[in-house]
Write a protein that binds this ligand. Sequence first.
Ligand code: FMN
Length: 336
Amino acid sequence: MSHETPAAERPLTTALAEAAATAGHAPSVHNSQPWRWRVLPDALELRVVRDPKLTATDPEGRLLAYSCGAALHHARVALTAEGWTAVVERMPDPTDRDLLARLTGMARAEADPEAMRLVQCMQVRHTDRRPVSEEPVPTAALGEIASAVAAEGCQLQFLDRDNVLELAAVASRAASVEAEDSQLREELEYWTSRAGTGTGLPPEVLPAEAPQTTVPARDFGRPGTLPVGPGHDRAAVYGLLYGDEDEPDSWLRAGEALSAAWLTATRLGISVVPLSGVVEVAGTRQTLRGLLAGLGYPYLVIRLGLADPAHAGPPHTPRMEAAQVVDTSAVRSPDA
Ligand SMILES: Cc1cc2nc3c(=O)[nH]c(=O)nc-3n(C[C@H](O)[C@H](O)[C@H](O)COP(=O)(O)O)c2cc1C
């Protein structure tokens, strides 16, 4: 028999701390986990930490905001699953740009089964950089993923054959620009040699050799140990996540939309890999804007496909301990 307190009786601050800890499963650029949470008696605050080892990769903090946005969406869904509603204020303090969100006005609601299902998806979602299988992605699934993005105020455009070929050219241009940038190479070296810290990318999740893909994947500068097999991901679908504005609060929303898309894809058995090199380089980001033909600003490219069912995928990428990212000191009783 379980001795856990039923969710309905658990104090709000426990639910907030648990939601913040659950958000630790979110994806982040180079697994940097740039989010820090503070639990208050009636609020939850999300801050970004700007790691100096991402200065060349992400000078504007766009990828950091996407990553924190993904964590924000995870926390929102976790609260909904526990039967709480919250008001989300994004970038609530113009004098404190690192305070990305504040969740307030928590009220009781019915626990939401769809949100519960997505919380389960958080535990299994991961980045699988192997080529996808030959099996096509069902059109209905693409529709569901695009709807999940739209519900977060962004759009997802699936690229046709011509646009995929253009994206391939843009991605290889971005890769050459990045390969020539020594500071950027140093940053990659840092994030791929973080064993034991709970951050960064261990060799087990990086391909042992460059996978055969239509659009070049990120070159992490060193081979990993993940076997990729001979497949070519011809059946992959590429989507361009975009929106109306190109400002820090829209980047946060882009991250929320990325999380919504990725968790929905996970529920449908579809693998997602973000390709952010093309938006890290200003010139190639501008070219992507052309692909959108005036519809909006590009945030991120994602590859969708069915993972190779015949071989085991990569293991989970490590995470920091919850205590390192969730500050509960404001709600802890002095003798606790
Ligand atoms: C904003 C953002 C950009 C990313 N860019 C890339 C990328 O260009 N190539 C790649 O292989 N993975 C990329 N990723 C995936 C992360 O490396 C991955 O989420 C992180 O290492 C944690 O691993 P997990 O997704 O398996 O939990 C990106 C993730 C985010 C959130």
